[in-house]
Design a protein around this ligand. Sequence first.
Ligand SMILES: Cc1cc2nc3c(=O)[nH]c(=O)nc-3n(C[C@H](O)[C@H](O)[C@H](O)COP(=O)(O)O)c2cc1C
Length: 205
Amino acid sequence: MTAVRTIDPDEISGRDRYQLLTSLVVPRPIGWISTWGVNEEPNLAPFSYFNALSSNPMLVGVSIGHRPSGPKDTLVNIRSRRAFCVNVVTEPFLEAMNSTSANVASDVDEFTLAGLEAVPSKRVSAPFVHGCPAVMECELEQEVSLGDAPNTLMIGRVVGLRLDPELERVAGTSAIDPKVLRPVGRLWGASYATLGTVISISRPD
Ligand SMILES: Cc1cc2nc3c(=O)[nH]c(=O)nc-3n(C[C@H](O)[C@H](O)[C@H](O)COP(=O)(O)O)c2cc1C
């Protein structure tokens, strides 16, 4: 039997580190983040360095990478408006979500590019995706520098939840039924996971 060996991240390339980390922390939720740009144009892009951080208050975090040319539009826009919307990526929106990851100039509206409509949120200074069944409207809570990493962690406080009334709750709870939501998770690269078998097990006493 081949012995398991420990890989030292300092001894492998940045590409290998990226491929290993993103294929081991799986599946990752996708924060599909919409913001207003500097010239009022809507901006939309997916981020899978994304997760829930706390429920009281409701906090979510997204780690935004920097391009060699400078910060990504989403980061610039969140800094400027101190707000963003997280559109939950569901199966019908998978292709559209992918289209909005195109590396385009900051004045290009990714909503139009993907055939989507931007709706202004009344609660925060950000648009959201028309027809998206679940949207979290967030105010910027904190910006966290990640040291040497060319990423910035933006923590948002959810101040509004827009939920399609068709989204059924799991009986006796406020939780949205995943079988109705049909969320998509990111695996590594261009691979995604849709909902497989849902297993429910009780917690031990
Ligand atoms: C599914 C998916 C997940 C992504 N996750 C991230 C991420 O976590 N962090 C990041 O910086 N870029 C991520 N990207 C790339 C951005 O979406 C891409 O750079 C986008 O053009 C940024 O747009 P912006 O300049 O309008 O902010 C991801 C792309 C895809 C398709």
